[in-house]
Write a new protein. Structure first.
Length: 273
């Protein structure tokens, strides 16, 4: 089954949602609020969330919605289709005027991420992909296909993170020559467009809205996103906090390599509350 119509919808909505986000970006009077967990949310997060949620409710009234900035409706657990929304991924970047933030939307069907759209309007960049649709990136009006470059020899490019540092210290490194790729974790699908060899992103935790769009795009390109036990992530869970760890790789070969290193490093996934 393909999800061409749903992908077209997702792309249209993340593009439309860029309007209210850009209208508030870098404004000195941007309203910023502190959430109960101590993180921040801005008026842009709330405005973008309204645009996306209202569009989904209108176009797909029978589908469930899970949003970082919305009230969680437990009825979503009884539905096979769930849209997963991150209105502004990288709110702290947005608030301080950095351009590295995204508007992200995904569709999960029966727990699997099947559609993903990641819009970085301040960078004029859009990444998209879905089951049955080749993933692409639009950057400054140019469209290119997103695909993995085969693993070259022993080189393994690892996105910067504390867990990446841990596996780089494994004695022998499973024969890997590590090259750390410094880029925000919010741009996981950068791995497909960097033009080098193979990339992996190990991390101990995250939320479904952080991961689902990237999982859909990487999956469409032939990549893998699993937990530390090599189990595919299931989305639209009762608790959106991911506790099993995350390994995202552009190819099965790269995934196998980093899974071995994660186990050698004895990395433990987040088990907190």
């Amino acid at each position: 089954m393909t999800y061409t119509a749903e992908l077209a919808f997702a792309v249209d909505i993340v593009r439309r949602a860029a309007g209210p986000a850009l209208a508030l970006f870098e404004r000195p009077d941007l309203s910023v609020f502190e959430k109960p967990d101590g993180t921040i949310v801005t008026q842009a997060d709330l405005d973008v969330n309204d645009v996306i949620v209202e569009a989904i409710a209108s176009a797909f009234p029978d589908d469930a919605i899970l949003s970082e900035e919305g009230l969680d409706d437990p009825d979503r657990l009884s539905k096979s289709r769930c849209w997963i929304v991150d209105p502004i991924d990288g709110t702290s970047h947005f608030e301080r005027g950095d351009r590295d933030w995204s508007i992200m939307l995904a569709l999960a069907v029966d727990g699997q991420a099947v559609v993903g759209a990641v819009n970085r309007p301040a960078m004029r960049e859009l990444r998209l992909g879905a089951v049955g649709v080749e993933p692409t990136m639009e950057h400054h009006e140019r469209t290119t296909q997103l695909k993995a470059t085969p693993l070259a020899g022993s080189s393994l490019y690892v996105m910067h993170s504390p867990t990446a540092a841990a596996i780089a210290e494994v004695p022998g490194g499973a024969g890997a020559s590590f090259k750390v790729f410094y880029h925000g974790l919010m741009s996981m699908t950068t791995m497909l467009s960097a033009g080098m060899h193979a990339y992996v992103t190990p991390r101990t935790t995250g939320y479904e809205w952080d991961l689902a769009p990237h999982a859909a795009i990487l999956g469409a390109a032939g990549g893998l996103v699993t937990d530390f036990q090599s189990r595919p992530h299931t989305f639209n869970s009762a608790d959106p906090l991911i506790r099993g760890g995350v390994i995202a790789a552009v190819s099965p070969e790269a995934h196998t390599r980093v899974l071995s290193l994660v186990r050698e490093a004895r990395l433990k996934p987040f088990q907190g509350t």
